[in-house]
Ligand binder design. Structure first.
Ligand code: SDX
Length: 391
């Protein structure tokens, strides 16, 4: 501490943001969107309604929700020139860099409506992003399969359209499974916002330079990609598959984690803020059991996950460090049962988090006291010295 600035390695305790959107109590395991407990929203609301709540601060009336849904449906189509953009990627490209670059590229089609301080332009950008990100995500998935991309069907809502664009093929009609639609809608809602996490802080930092919504959210997508953040859901499934394939006993794996062998971690466990059970993980865990019973997914992986959790919650190493399952621990098992490959899991996280990123970016822009983000440092380099004479 130089008296000028205090050092905080993880930006953990420097609350340099005021926000009225999401409240978390890490010790009590509480999560509320605009004051509504996540458990009640999970039971009664929908992803699109929660997106409205996060962005506008109140639950929509029936008419407002109807308009909101209709508006999103009318903006699902991508400009044909953007479709060419996907052909430039290698077939096995990970969809996350495709997503972040496509969002940046999207803004080039709307140069006349990117002003962060014009209400109408912010509104249309909000609708365009909410409507088009699922389409871009499904195109990245189709590209990786070498399958043709479908056009959106506006008779379907956002989640239904995304499932049809991801799994439908031109050769035959696509039949929606209402259980899958309901489960995915819930998962997207549970990911919708989470206070000042790494990717949201990135969206705010980029936005604080008055960069437009697309540029700020593209940066957020890149931050989410990291395995310690949104990439953890993909890492959890890889971990479960490895344990299953190598026939490792959960207790053997836990020893590796506790001994920090090769830096191995129990992915999907631990959290910068929750030092209690992540309330989202509780809801997702019960959804996992329901959806796997219906879809008949690989419940051996779920069983391995359950046994790891059981061991961890009874093990002093984890209890002392207050490590509990987080939102990523059970989601991958469900996404896999729905038919998504591991590399699409973090894309699904991004689709869910989009309304939160938009809401937080808008709140930042509306706050007239916002200054450009400019964290300070503790200088640890060489003190002043002169350039050698005659060099
Ligand atoms: C998300 O911020 C958000 O809100 C994020 C998120 C959101 O909705 O936006 O909730 C989404 O990113 C959830 C987190 C997903 N990431 C993972 O599941 C990856 C595995 N988890 C860890 O990498 C870790 O728990 C973090 C990064 C999530 C949190 O790190 P912390 O709180 O900074 O913990 P730490 O690194 O200070 O660890 C404290 C101790 C250390 O042990 P010691 O050095 O004291 O011996 O706990 C250990 C760590 O080694 N530890 C773990 C562990 N997480 C922490 N040990 C084994 N497995 C783990 N998962």
């Amino acid at each position: 501490d130089t008296g000028l600035v205090t050092y905080d390695p993880g930006f953990m305790n420097t609350a340099n943001t005021k926000s009225a959107i999401t409240y978390i109590d890490g010790d009590e395991g509480i999560l509320r969107y605009r004051g509504y407990p996540i458990e009640q929203l999970a039971e009664h609301s929908s992803f699109l309604e929660v997106a409205y709540l996060l962005i506008y601060g109140e639950l929509p009336t029936g008419d407002q929700l109807e308009d909101w849904d209709q508006n999103v449906r009318m903006h699902t189509m991508l400009h044909e020139d953007l479709k060419g953009f996907f052909s430039g990627f290698p077939r096995d490209a990970h969809p996350m860099p495709v997503l972040s670059s496509a969002v940046s590229a999207l803004s080039t089609f709307y140069a006349d409506s990117l002003d962060p301080f014009d209400e109408e332009q912010v509104h249309i950008s909000t609708i365009r992003l909410l409507a088009k990100l699922p389409v871009i995500a499904s195109y990245a998935f189709k590209k990786s399969l070498g399958q043709p991309m479908l056009y959106p069907d506006n008779s379907l809502n956002l989640v239904e359209n995304f499932l049809r664009l991801s799994f439908g093929v031109p050769a035959e009609p696509y039949e929606l499974d209402p259980d899958v639609v309901k489960a995915l809608d819930l998962l997207l809602m549970l990911h919708a916002d989470h206070e000042q996490n790494c990717s949201t802080s990135t969206v705010r930092l980029v936005g604080s330079s008055q960069a437009n919504m697309f540029a700020s959210i593209s940066a957020g997508i890149n931050a989410l990609y990291g395995p310690l953040h949104g990439g953890a859901n993909e890492a959890v499934l890889n971990m479960l598959r490895k344990i299953q394939a190598e026939g490792i006993k959960p207790e053997e794996f836990m020893e590796k984690v506790k001994n920090k062998e090769d830096g191995v971690k129990l992915m999907g466990f631990g959290h910068r803020v929750y030092k209690n059970y992540d309330p989202r993980a509780k809801i997702i865990k019960s959804t996992a059991e329901d959806i796997l019973n219906k879809l008949g997914g690989n419940d051996e992986l779920l069983d391995i996950a359950r046994r790891l959790e059981e061991k961890a919650l009874a093990d002093d190493y984890f209890v002392e460090r207050r490590l509990y399952p987080n939102v990523d621990f059970y989601t991958g098992v469900i996404y896999k049962a729905m038919g998504f490959p591991e590399k699409m899991f973090t894309v699904l996280f991004a689709l869910g988090r989009l309304p939160g990123w938009i809401a937080q970016w808008r709140e930042l822009m509306e706050d007239k006291t916002t200054k450009i983000g400019r964290p300070r440092q503790i200088y640890t380099g060489v003190q002043s010295r002169d350039y050698p004479a005659g060099r």
